[in-house]
Design a protein around this ligand. Structure first.
Ligand SMILES: Nc1ncnc2c1ncn2[C@@H]1O[C@H](COP(=O)(O)OP(=O)(O)O)[C@@H](O)[C@H]1O
Ligand SMILES: [Mg+2]
Length: 359
């Protein structure tokens, strides 16, 4: 796998509904093999941004490039053929259909071409999710929330995607079920599928992600590697104050305590040229973080695939860990958010025009 290439490049994306602009020039990059998350307050435009990338809502302007191909004006189906899959908010399984029928829907582009491939893919998804295999003839509506989440991820995998967009996978799930989902998504990512996730559960996102993009009013206002984020800044941007600050710290500690997968370590190495870095990065810190990286590497070699244990978190303060970054920018990216518009009108008509953005 040619890891580290930009896989999804979103540039200056504008989109919205009628006179209501939701995305005000959204720009970010997701690299191959990465687990990236978009965080932000309710109404920031996170779901809309995934819908525009998935081809469900049209872009007014800007570009979306997937694996080198400009997909900006492609339909949703063509994007699936290019390697994109979408797990929408609310999971959206078809309750009346059986589990297998739901899975089959995820392969709608594939089945036309190759029945054999479909069978193989179904077998691999059912193997990955044995609980779905046991219930394959059962109506999806009878599944628990956690099982429906599995089904939604399984359905996305049926098209053998390069990139999966996951919108609020944890919503409404119990903590124990969220842990199971954590393992599933991490395994999917380890198997080589890049993931871009929108998440309200900040602790979950920080534990599992490599890269975080914080969105406010339709723009990315701050982003960077999870371990290099300024947690106070994250807490402030997400509007949850000191409580979240401690969550971020706990999440960062948990991450460093368990070490990383070999894939993650490789990713860490190639991310050394990434631009978003902590504001106060100093040569001293960079040196310190090298040390951390070494100890992580040691942990990595012992990686057994067991769930991460918070209990093993070191007591040390979760200073943002900086990897040596030759081309780093002096400060994390912080953009002025556009002025808040008047309350958006739900249900406004979708517009395909590139105008209509009166503010
Ligand atoms: N189908 C739609 N029609 C009109 N406005 C919409 C539609 N979907 C979302 N919006 C508006 O776009 C903004 C961003 O919504 P969304 O992306 O769902 O937010 P979130 O960041 O919580 O996922 C909100 O103001 C919402 O009201
Ligand atoms: Mg949403």
């Amino acid at each position: 796998m040619n890891e580290g290439r930009p896989l999804l490049e979103v540039r200056d994306l504008r989109a919205g509904f009628g006179a209501n602009t939701v995305l005000h020039g959204l720009t970010y990059t997701v690299h191959e093999g990465e687990f990236a998350s978009i965080l932000g307050l309710n109404g920031a435009g996170k779901s809309v941004s995934l819908k525009v990338v998935g081809g469900v809502v049209p872009a007014w302007s800007g570009t979306i490039t997937l694996d080198g191909a400009d997909i900006t004006s492609m339909g949703a189906e063509q994007r699936v053929q290019h390697g994109l899959a979408h797990v929408p908010q609310g999971r959206q399984v078809f309750p009346e259909l059986t589990i297998e029928q739901n899975l089959r829907l995820g392969a709608y582009t594939l089945r036309r071409r190759e029945r054999g491939l479909y069978d193989a893919r179904l077998a691999s998804v059912l193997e990955r999710f044995p609980r779905l295999g046991e219930r394959r003839e059962q109506a999806a509506g009878t599944l628990s929330g956690g099982e429906q989440a599995m089904l939604a991820v399984g359905r996305a995998l049926m098209s053998d995607p390069k990139l999966i967009l996951v919108d609020e996978a944890t919503a409404g799930l119990a903590p124990r079920v969220i842990e199971g989902l954590f393992e599933i998504l991490r395994d999917v990512n380890r198997s080589g599928v890049t993931i871009l996730m929108v998440e309200q559960n900040v602790t979950f996102a920080l534990r599992i992600s490599d890269q975080v993009h914080i969105m406010q009013r339709g723009q990315i206002v701050y982003d960077g590697e999870v371990e290099a984020l300024d947690r106070d800044r994250v807490a402030a941007l997400l509007g949850v104050g000191r409580l979240l600050g401690s969550h971020v710290e706990a999440a960062a500690s948990a991450r460093s305590a368990v070490g990383e997968t070999p894939q993650r370590t490789k990713k860490a190495a190639r991310r050394t040229t990434r631009k978003a870095t902590p504001k106060k990065a100093t040569p001293k810190k960079a040196a310190a973080s090298k040390k951390t990286a070494t100890s992580k590497k040691a942990a990595t070699s012992k990686e057994t695939g067991t769930p991460r244990k918070k209990a093993a978190a070191p007591k040390k303060k979760a200073t943002p860990k900086k990897k040596a970054a030759p081309k780093k920018k002096a400060a994390p990216k912080v953009k002025a958010a556009p002025k808040k518009k008047a309350a958006p009108k739900k249900g406004a008509k979708t517009s395909r025009t590139s105008g209509g953005r009166a503010r």
